[in-house]
Ligand binder design. Structure first.
Ligand SMILES: [Zn+2]
Length: 149
């Protein structure tokens, strides 16, 4: 299952990536060309006007409420049988799989305090960003439990 995600659903897009789903954000104006190119995906939208266009072209879509992330995810779970699982080996910015690294090799990219206290680091080769198991991950796990409950 892959998704095309409307520009206004950035937060949801990030979570879908954490769940391990492939997504593509549509930040530009939605055109027939874009829709035709992405026929194989489910289009997540908030506008009924866009829904009409999707229907005309025959692209699968789902209209979601604006703003409320928890409600959006609940709808996806119920309608598409989504089984959310928190995947932390995926870059939340671009969706690329992270590579485990030795901190010694990336010392320049890691704040000194973090370097001192943590030993497990991952790297996104696309964004050139280093991730580590810290408060960020703890917060993420807590938020995950909250939004899927
Ligand atoms: Zn990335």
């Amino acid at each position: 299952m892959q998704f095309l995600v409307e520009g206004s659903l950035k937060g949801l897009n990030k979570w879908l990536r954490f769940f391990g789903y492939k997504t593509k954000m549509c930040e530009k104006k939605i055109t027939h060309e874009i829709l035709l190119e992405n026929r194989d995906k489910i289009f997540l939208i908030t506008s009924l006007q866009t829904a009409k266009i999707c229907e005309k072209i025959g692209i699968t879509y789902l209209v979601l409420p604006r703003e409320n992330l928890k409600a959006q995810i609940q709808i996806l779970i119920n309608k598409l049988n989504l089984r959310p699982e928190l995947k932390l080996d995926i870059c939340s910015i671009c969706g690329t799989e992270l590579i485990p690294i030795r901190k010694e090799d990336f010392k320049d990219l890691i704040p000194p305090k973090v370097y001192k206290f943590y030993n497990e680091f991952n790297y996104c080769p696309n964004c050139k960003k280093v991730y580590w198991e810290g408060d960020h991950i703890k917060r993420l796990k807590k938020k995950f439990k909250n939004i899927i409950s």
